[in-house]
Design a protein around this ligand. Structure first.
Ligand code: SAH
Length: 343
């Protein structure tokens, strides 16, 4: 195995910036081997339910930011959310990921209703929330009600860069605090960042990796930034496939046990982007379970793939893609390796 001295910042920076395709391949190969140590060739499936596109935040990169008045807003009812989970369950999913904008209509009480209802119907499934920043008390209540995992990308670990991507009302310190709190409560936690956001430097990416090492999250979501025309960043170039794959591979090497999705954004910028993500060390896919009518409306970025498909199509399309690359679909809950907390 090629020796990468990843504890040295200079070497890590060199790998982040190298444009030598041979070196990329060596990195991807090392990441694949690392992944196989804990997870073999298994790829874990999560069913994604995008249940609201209302958002009180105004992130400059995001298509569902509150200032974007071109978006038709929607929120799913409790019954619609449950129905999406039922379809997912019939398709074999054992993890439901509920993601949305930071929608004030979903008070703690209403989120609790959703979590409790799913938990009651599915005692053994994993419930993942991805609904942004809330108080410790709220996170604790969701956990008590049966939520097991929480996805909250830190977006960028550098404070100055964070402030270029978000309005002054948002703070990186708070976001990082949320991540440590979630871990402390006992969630399996997912952090992560976008690659190629405006003003991002290689040093910022290095900082993202060092932050991940300090946090030790169980999951890491990494995707390219993709411009959305109706946002302030609509005219900026997106992140590249190569750099995103390198960041996936480096994350795998630094956090061997992490569950790393091959993201929809990666699949959006290249025809086999997700497959390439798996070949660079990722081991999770998140097919969409949202009702077909609302899929196009959860438009964080332009040209998002799979918005015209039914849940079943996504489920089986992903299975085929995975098998074509010699990976094995795994429909179990897929907790992080070594996880022993009871549900
Ligand atoms: N409100 C939740 C979910 C956010 S949407 C939260 O705050 O965590 C999920 C992720 O989509 C974000 O964390 C961000 O990293 C990503 N995203 C948003 N806009 C994007 C864009 N234009 N290109 C690529 N990814 C984007």
């Amino acid at each position: 195995m090629p020796d990468f001295a990843l504890n040295q910042d200079v070497e890590l920076l060199r790998l982040i910036t190298t444009d030598d395709p041979q070196e990329w391949e060596a990195l991807f190969a090392a990441a694949r081997r690392q992944r196989e140590t804990y997870y073999g060739r298994e790829v874990y499936f999560r069913g994604l339910v995008e249940f609201t596109n209302y958002c009180k935040n105004d992130c400059y990169y995001c298509g569902i930011r509150c200032s974007n008045h071109q978006v038709k807003r929607y929120r799913l009812s409790l019954e619609q959310i449950l129905q999406s989970c039922r379809v997912g369950d019939m398709l074999g999913f054992k993890t439901f990921v509920l993601q949305g904008g930071e929608d004030p209509w979903f008070t703690d009480q209403r989120v609790l209703e959703v979590v409790e209802a799913i938990r009651k119907e599915y005692p053994d499934h994993a419930i993942t929330l991805s609904i942004g920043e809330r108080s410790r008390k709220s996170y604790e209540a969701f956990f008590q009600a049966g939520a097991n995992r929480y996805l909250l990308r830190h977006e960028t670990a550098n404070d100055a860069h964070y402030r270029k991507l978000h309005p002054a009302a948002m703070s990186l310190t708070e976001r990082k605090d949320c991540l440590f709190t979630l871990k402390d409560i006992g969630y399996q936690v997912g952090a992560g960042f976008m690659v190629g956001t405006p003003f991002q430097t290689p040093e910022n990416l290095l900082e993202d990796l060092r932050f991940l090492q300090a946090l030790e999250p169980h999951m890491v979501g990494i995707g390219p930034f993709i411009p959305q025309a109706d946002t302030p960043f609509g005219g900026y170039p997106g992140g590249t496939l190569e750099l995103t794959l390198k960041m996936v591979a480096l994350t795998r090497l630094l956090l061997p046990k992490a569950l790393i999705p091959a993201t929809t954004a990666l699949g959006t910028i290249a025809p086999q982007g997700r497959e390439k993500g798996l070949m660079a060390g990722a081991n999770v896919v998140m097919p969409n379970l949202s009702p077909k009518e609302v899929r196009k409306l959860y438009a964080l970025y332009d040209n998002k793939i799979c918005t015209g498909d039914e849940a079943a199509e996504c489920r089986f399309c992903m299975e085929g893609r995975i098998r074509n690359f010699g990976f094995v679909p795994n429909m179990t809950r897929g907790d992080v390796a070594g996880w022993n907390r009871s549900a």
